[in-house]
Structures are given as structure tokens and as C-alpha cells.
Design a binder for this molecule. Structure first.
Ligand SMILES: [Zn+2]
Length: 170
């Protein structure tokens, strides 16, 4: 399977950001493509040493999200890794799924219980998390509620971080 020459399902990786053939080739050249069940790790830059980071016009984009979109097509929300993944930098499309499904499941589980989000306000974020949250929002890769889900904090806190009313020192 030659992913760099395969016609992608979608080239639109974020609002207004379309990858051309050259960018796609550059992207896959940094993925250590292995067997179908292995983790395919991103070998270049990472956000906080966790998620793979691909720069386009000086803005960072999440590599697992790009891999998902190129191979499987548009994402409704965010891409998640399967539990077996050895690293969040894994770009094997078979190890990725659309977070919408997980979100729907959680929403159903929560029905009739306490509203989702009300118990997440106490999680502590590292400075690096705060920087990543701002980057992901500024580059339009994640909406505020997706960031709240990903980091298990309230949407109100995400809003305060983005508007620099919290962690304004970094
Ligand atoms: Zn994996």
C-alpha cells in the first residue's frame, strides 16, 4: 500500500486547510508505516511529546487527525486512538476512529444522571496542556467542547484558557 500516491478520501484537514500532493507526500514520509496491526508512529515533531504535529504555514495540525482524514475521509469531530495504541503519535488509520461515536455512547450513558461536564471542573492542567489547547483552538482543529472532552475539564474552563483569563502568564 503506497499511501503517499493513493488518492486521499479528503484533503481538507481543517477549515480552509487543504493538502496538496506535495504536502501529503511530506506527511507520509514522517510516518513509520508498519504492518496492518502495528502502530505507525510519527517520527517528527510532537505536541508536548504526545501527539504528532505537522506544520502547515507555521500552524500545527494533529497527525492522527490528518491520517484519519486522508485515508477514511472527513471527520465529524475529533479522531481518537484505540486503547491498544502504544503512542498517541500513532497514525495507523486502522487504529483511529471518529470520536463522535464514543461521545454518543457517553451521552447515552449519562442520560438521567448528572449533566456531563459538571464533575470535570477540578482536573489540573499542566502548562503544556494549556499551550496545546490554545494551539488546537487557534488552528481550528478542535472546538471548545471537544477540548473539554479531551482534557476532561469543563467547557467554561476551556473558554477561560482560550481568552487568557486563566493561565495568562503563559
Ligand atoms: Zn496504534
Amino acid at each position: 500500500m503506497n499511501l503517499s500516491t493513493m488518492e486521499p478520501r479528503s484533503r481538507l484537514i481543517a477549515e480552509g486547510v487543504v493538502l496538496d500532493d506535495k504536502a501529503i507526500e511530506r506527511f507520509w514520509s514522517h510516518v513509520a508505516i508498519g504492518g496492518p496491526d502495528e502502530c505507525w508512529l510519527w517520527d517528527a515533531f510532537k505536541m508536548d511529546n504526545v501527539y504528532g504535529k505537522f506544520m502547515i504555514k507555521r500552524k500545527p495540525y494533529l497527525t492522527h487527525r490528518i491520517a484519519y482524514i486522508l485515508v477514511k475521509g472527513a471527520l465529524q469531530h475529533y479522531a481518537l486512538h484505540i486503547n491498544e495504541c502504544t503512542s498517541r503519535a500513532c497514525c495507523n488509520p486502522r487504529h483511529l476512529y471518529d470520536g463522535t461515536q464514543a461521545r454518543n455512547m457517553l451521552d447515552r450513558e449519562d442520560a438521567g444522571r448528572t449533566p456531563r461536564g459538571s464533575t470535570h471542573g477540578s482536573a489540573v492542567l499542566a502548562d503544556a496542556d494549556v499551550l496545546t489547547i490554545r494551539e488546537l483552538f487557534a488552528s481550528k482543529q478542535c472546538k471548545q467542547y471537544e477540548l473539554a472532552d479531551t482534557y476532561q475539564v469543563s467547557r467554561a474552563l476551556i473558554s477561560l484558557i482560550i481568552t487568557r483569563k486563566r493561565w495568562s502568564h503563559i
